[in-house]
Write a protein that binds this ligand. Structure first.
Ligand code: ZN
Length: 71
């Protein structure tokens, strides 16, 4: 009778994978721009938090916005 000493070292099957921070694969931030008026100025604002410089005309603010959303 030989002693059976080599116990099988099976890794626990229920070993949890390392906890990852939930990195949701987000699509590129949707840049939804709009214009906001601040006093007599107009500026472009974006849903990402970006704001353009204050412009005297809404047209320029829109151009800022389109430049921001442009790749
Ligand atoms: Zn943006």
């Amino acid at each position: 009778m030989e002693p059976h000493i080599d116990a099988p070292l099976v890794p626990p099957l229920d070993a949890l994978p390392p906890r990852h921070p939930q990195l949701r694969s987000q699509p590129p931030a949707p840049h939804i721009t709009s214009t906001a008026e601040r006093g007599s100025f107009c500026l472009a604002v974006c849903s990402c938090g970006w704001t353009g410089p204050a412009r005297r005309s809404r047209d320029l603010a829109r151009k800022d916005a389109s430049r921001h959303t442009a790749p």
